[in-house]
Write a protein that binds this ligand. Structure first.
Ligand code: CU1
Length: 529
């Protein structure tokens, strides 16, 4: 049961209600803020682990020839880097934001299923341990890339089984988290908080949660079919037994494309909170943002085969998937227009959250354009599995999702810790990140256009210069992220006390609503004195 305000001390004095301390507080907590913080710390730890794997990859690719790892280890690094960043770092980061902010934004006392919330989080560490320790078993980790394509994955050692088990656990965690978010938003809004009055971050998570519930079981099915092909004599993906490895690609990408939006849409939500605050204007085109986000989510289900133009599909299929994919540019354009229109003639200021949001706006749009390039079948046949693809999705994942996660973290750090963060260090973190990010990934467009394949530990001499630039950029980017750790630790330890509304502008409801929420109506939003 939720504690009654002012009742906690009483309960403590008389021993009626036991509040465990130390580590048990975190193991048993049902508080949405505690769980949100654990998600965010877990996500950052996984970001470091996945980042170290990326640096192993970039160290190997620093120059032609083999020097740091053998080809098998290299492929294991690409697999675990992808799985850990997608399921261990980015998704938990935004679930952490959801836990912290959604109850505050809609005036709910906590998440709907507070104990399930605890379990959703605590499933993550075992999955992370399975993935990372699979490097130590005979045969090593899965060496297939994060997409786990058969027939390769049907033949690999026990590391593949560990990856399948980890994917199942991660899927269960994110489905439970999403059920919690949907239920909280639909049932626990304060009176007067209609759906179309919700802060946009809540809308983006409501839509994302439906995507998660729809497609995570599809991924679970795909990897389970690999598992039965491996151990129980089925032939779903084995041509010799009447199966088809291309079937796996269809199932995987029916999950995989919506997954891109599971990552991107909460990022849109964060940016849609930050840009209005630092423009001192309400979000431009709120309703159109809701409809555009919903359209993107629906369209994401009908474009999956743009990842598999080269499997030999009929021309009619290629044309359909090409035009359906291009259609997504329309609602995405609406959103970019609205963010720019929000800033237009606003009273702008450029603190770190706003810098990361504007960085997101520029670079995510660039990643969208390279996606449009890849959507064209005739072009994609040339660029498939090249470094152009790697460049494209890192603009979406890093400059899209990671930069907006940083925007959100800097924006809400004063709310979370009660202290202002070090603005100078924050700005330093932003500028180092954006410079080294582009140094790492912009040149990869050229490598791809010149024909360098991805997931290969060696390359011919004509690719040497761009690879060296990319690797130096990657190490710079990795080191720059330690600045963020310093900022957060400093902020937790102390520093200037944060005022109630630190950004002097159009902060959202979450800044003014006390927690637990009051039983008032949001017809007249509360104003903090
Ligand atoms: Cu896609």
């Amino acid at each position: 049961m939720a504690a009654i305000p002012g009742g906690a001390d009483h309960a403590h004095d008389h021993g009626h209600d036991h509040h465990p301390g130390g580590i048990m507080r975190w193991v048993t907590t049902t508080n949405h803020k505690d769980i949100g913080s654990m998600y965010l710390w877990f996500s950052f730890a996984m970001f470091i682990v996945g980042g170290i794997m990326a640096l192993v990859i970039r160290a190997e690719l620093f120059q032609p020839g083999l020097q740091v790892v053998d080809p098998d280890r290299f492929n294991q690094m690409t697999t675990l880097h992808g799985l850990i960043m997608v399921f261990g770092a980015i998704m938990p980061a935004f679930v952490g934001f959801a836990n912290w902010m959604i109850p505050l934004m809609i005036g709910a006392s906590d998440m709907a299923f507070a104990r399930m919330n605890n379990w959703s989080f605590w499933l993550l560490p075992p999955a992370a341990i399975l993935l990372t320790t699979s490097l130590l078993v005979p045969g090593g980790a899965a060496a297939s890339g994060w997409t786990l394509y058969p027939p390769l994955t049907v033949q690999m050692g026990i590391g593949m089984d560990m990856a399948i088990f980890a994917v199942h656990i991660l899927g269960i965690s994110s489905i439970m988290g999403s059920i919690n978010i949907v239920t909280t938003i639909l049932n626990m809004r304060a009176p007067g908080m209609t759906l179309m009055k919700m802060p946009l971050f809540c809308w983006t998570w409501l839509i994302t949660a439906y995507l998660v519930i729809a497609v995570m079981p599809v991924l679970a099915g795909a990897v389970t079919m690999i598992l039965t092909d491996r151990h129980f004599g089925t032939s779903f993906f084995n041509a010799a037994g009447g199966g088809d490895p291309v079937l796996y690609q269809h199932i995987f990408w029916f999950f995989g494309h919506p997954e891109v939006y599971i990552i991107a849409i909460p990022a849109f939500g964060v940016v849609s909170q930050v840009i209005p605050a630092f423009s001192r204007k309400p979000l431009f085109g709120y309703a159109s943002m809701v409809y555009a986000t919903s359209s993107i989510a629906i369209l994401s289900f009908i474009v999956w085969a743009h990842h598999m133009y080269t499997v030999g599909m009929p021309v009619a299929g290629q044309l359909y998937f090409m035009f359906a994919t291009m259609l997504i540019a329309v609602p995405t354009g609406v959103k970019v227009f609205n963010w720019v229109a929000t800033m237009w003639r606003g009273s702008l200021s450029f603190e770190t959250p706003m810098l990361f949001s504007i960085g997101f706006l520029f670079l995510f749009t660039l990643g969208g354009f390279s996606g449009l390039v890849l959507s064209m079948t005739a072009v994609d046949v040339q660029l498939h599995d090249s470094y152009y693809v790697v460049a494209h999705f890192h603009y979406v994942m890093v400059a899209g999702a990671l930069f907006s996660a940083y925007a959100g973290a800097y924006y809400w750090l004063p709310k979370w810790t009660g202290h202002m963060y070090d603005e100078k260090l924050g700005k330093l973190h932003f500028w180092l990140s954006i410079i080294f990010f582009n140094m790492t990934f912009f040149v990869q467009h050229f490598l791809g256009l010149a024909g360098m394949p991805r997931r290969i530990p060696d390359y011919s001499l004509q690719f040497a210069e761009f690879n060296m630039i990319s690797s130096i950029g990657a190490f710079g980017f990795g080191l720059s992220q330690l600045v963020f750790l310093v900022v957060v630790l400093k902020c937790l330890k102390g520093g200037e006390k944060a005022p109630a509304k630190p950004w002097d502008g159009a902060e959202g409801l979450e800044w003014t609503v006390p927690s637990p929420a009051p039983h008032h109506t949001f017809e007249t939003p509360p104003v903090l004195k």
